[in-house]
Design a protein around this ligand. Structure first.
Ligand code: SF4
Length: 209
């Protein structure tokens, strides 16, 4: 990462972390993907049950591979034939790994979801939620975060999963009601009532979409 971008990201991350703290969530800054992986592993006690909801960023920092190789009970939803059973197991996990479609400079996270298992587990269920968020996801405010979620993250994810949505064809949101829409639920995480439940590692890199 370019030295000037790194300096800017460090400063911006401190602002986001302050915002998260004001919302009863805990933020951290990692200068690299490797540091982010080490930091995440230091937060997850060995023996913990861990699951995730489509968090590319957790893969990109090497966390998923490290958890699978380590002394953890990694709940791999792809290994479940019964998807409902996988979803219920996720709700009872010690840790849920997630990313955010966008995060504001004052610590509000925006996530959109089609199946909605990811946003529901972020909102309630798993004992702790650990977000891995690249600094490319930081937006000025909630309006900017919603625009990023719908015009950057959603079209890429729709293309990635081969969905027939207008954004997959045009590259930007057309506010569709397509049967394939991934915009069924919008979760705005602006405060956590549960002390110590939500942790966010901001990574000095471009992660996810
Ligand atoms: S509402 Fe439809 S077009 Fe807009 S981002 Fe969501 S899936 Fe794409």
């Amino acid at each position: 990462m370019n030295e000037n971008i790194t300096k800017r990201n460090e400063l911006l991350a401190q602002k986001v972390i302050k915002g998260l703290e004001s919302r009863n969530m805990t933020g951290y800054y990692a200068a690299s993907k490797e540091e982010a992986c080490r930091l995440a592993l230091s937060l997850i006690a060995e023996g913990s049950s861990v699951t995730m909801g489509g968090a590319m960023s957790a893969h990109e920092i090497g966390l998923v591979e490290a958890l699978k190789a380590g002394n953890y009970n990694f709940i791999d939803r792809d290994a479940y034939e019964d998807k409902r059973a996988a979803m219920l197991a996720a709700y009872d996990a010690d840790f849920f790994l997630a990313s955010a479609n966008a995060i504001t400079e004052d610590g509000v996270m925006v996530n959109i979801d089609g199946n909605s298992n990811r946003v529901s587990a972020i909102a309630q269920g798993p004992k702790k939620v650990l977000f891995i968020v690249g600094m490319n996801k930081v937006c000025d405010d909630v309006d900017g975060a919603m625009k990023r979620a719908r015009n950057v993250a959603a079209p890429i994810n729709a293309q990635r999963f081969g969905l027939s949505t207008p954004c997959a064809k045009t590259g930007s949101c057309m506010n569709c009601k397509s049967p394939d829409t991934i915009c069924c639920q919008f979760l705005i995480t602006r405060f956590s009532r549960h002390e110590g439940r939500i942790h966010v590692i901001l990574v000095n890199d471009n992660l996810g979409f």
